[in-house]
Design a binder for this molecule. Structure first.
Ligand SMILES: [Zn+2]
Length: 460
């Protein structure tokens, strides 16, 4: 799908933007804006860059679509860390004949997160209110405000819950967060969510073990925590609805295969609060094994650049829990991979920190990042004292001046490619690095050609 128009002068640009606004409603995907670009590349250097973005390409965002909806109920969701999230249950406020979802930019909307209870109080959101909703970024529906003029006279302020809706344990509010939490370690809903997280694509990537299957296994009492996944046998799996021989075999195979996953995936899958993919990778790289990660003290954890105080305390707290340790021991007994294999490949960039600026000609940013990481390097977001290299494909940028100021080694794109080549040779690979990466990123639809997808502004 391509939609582009050539326009002369700013008035014409604006009329094309309006034209697209009409037409985009007929697209079979959602859009939230347009990109206006100079079509004479020789003018690019003249237009230059701001600190982050090119001036020869700029985004136009359409106003998000809004609609009116009645909040007929506020329900509560318990997350894997016990955080309680209030959710607005929505219906079409104009429709009289029963309950039906609201139409908003071509989709049915029946729920919207209200984030937390402070947000509800701040916006004075009440059950029964009519609210204005919009789709932020055309994806996630959001309650913008309620309309007090449409409020019924008997309406009452919403009261935050005091007990977990799933297990009944009293809720706790920590001082520094606006979040109410269930801190019952045996809360069944939290456990279910943790298993889903553990098996998810960003963690242990167990194919076929999605939310629906986990929920059934939990309901049947076959899994209580994620270590139980490795005790499942075919007899147990046959009890899942519509599971025949093939699906049972596939799932058992996927579970077996997950035992060989990289250490960072296991660390991310443990569900330590605030430890996402980034921190999990940093820990795996720094400690090389689950045991040394678990044994790390405050100093060792704080020494890792990019790991803040909140993460450090969360890790220390997590490994203090007897229940967590029991689960981890069972994972160990199940034969999961607990180490980083120190291959020649991952040693090539030996933990060096790279920062990128500008647009590389040869690859997108996310591909560059994957390559650096596959050779054991790390990618930082800003230039600082701990930065080892700035890969600069931009003639002037804030990062470049900062790197010069701090004496950080600056690599041109060609020098970076040479470094990759040297790393590849020292690792003794027959295949080219980018061929390997293509295989890895197969399901990252078109990442190779689109420059990674996330930074579409830079793809020209
Ligand atoms: Zn609970």
């Amino acid at each position: 799908m391509q939609w582009y128009r050539i326009a002369f002068g700013i008035d014409e640009v604006y009329s094309k933007i309006l034209e697209l606004d009409e037409e985009r409603r007929g697209f079979d995907f959602n859009t939230d804006g347009a990109v206006v670009k100079l079509d004479d590349m020789s003018l690019y250097s003249l237009a230059g860059w701001t600190s982050k973005f090119p001036r020869w390409a700029t985004a136009w965002k359409y106003k998000p679509a809004r609609a009116k909806a009645r909040i007929y109920d506020i329900t509560l969701q318990v997350g894997r860390t016990g955080a309680i999230t209030p959710v607005a249950e929505l219906e079409d406020a104009q429709f009289e004949g029963g309950r039906r979802p609201v139409q908003l930019s071509g989709t049915n909307v029946s729920r919207a997160t209200l984030h937390n209870f402070d947000e509800i109080a701040r916006k004075d959101i009440r059950i029964g209110d009519v609210a204005e909703i919009e789709k932020a970024g055309e994806i996630i529906p959001d309650v913008v405000r309620v309309l007090p003029e449409e409020r019924k006279p008997n309406s009452v302020s919403y009261k935050a819950p005091t007990h977990c809706p799933e297990c009944g344990a009293p809720l706790v509010r920590s001082i520094e967060e606006a979040v109410l939490r269930c801190i019952n370690p045996e809360c069944p809903e939290q456990m279910r969510r943790r298993i889903i997280h553990f098996a998810s694509r960003g963690c242990m990537d167990i194919d076929g073990l999605g939310e629906a299957v986990v929920s059934q296994l939990a309901q049947l009492g076959l899994v209580k925590n994620f270590a139980d996944i490795y005790s499942l046998n075919s007899e147990a799996l046959y009890r899942i609805k519509n599971f025949k021989q093939k699906s049972v075999e596939n799932l058992l195979g996927a579970i077996e295969e997950s035992k060989t996953r990289e250490l960072w995936r296991l660390i991310a899958g443990l569900g330590i609060p605030y430890v996402g993919e980034r921190a999990a990778k940093d820990f795996a790289l720094a400690f090389k094994s689950l045991d040394s990660f678990m044994a790390a003290d405050m100093k060792a954890l704080s020494d890792i650049s990019g790991v803040g105080e909140r993460i450090v305390f969360s890790v220390l707290e997590f490994f203090k829990s007897g229940e967590n340790l029991r689960i981890i021991n069972r994972l160990k007994e199940s034969g999961l991979n607990l180490k980083v294999e120190e291959s020649a490949q991952s040693a090539a960039f030996g933990g060096k920190i790279f920062v990128l600026t500008g647009t590389l000609n040869s690859m997108g940013r996310s591909d560059a990042k994957r390559l650096i990481e596959s050779y054991g390097g790390r990618v930082g977001s800003g230039v600082g004292k701990s930065t080892d290299y700035l890969i600069s494909a931009s003639e002037n940028s804030t990062k470049l001046s900062k790197a010069r100021e701090l004496g950080v080694k600056i690599l041109s794109e060609v020098e970076f490619l040479e470094m990759l080549k040297a790393a590849e040779n020292s690792a003794g690979f027959g295949v080219k690095a980018d061929e390997k990466e293509t295989k890895k990123s197969e399901n990252n639809s078109g990442a190779k050609n689109s420059g990674g997808g996330q930074m579409s502004l830079f793809d020209f």
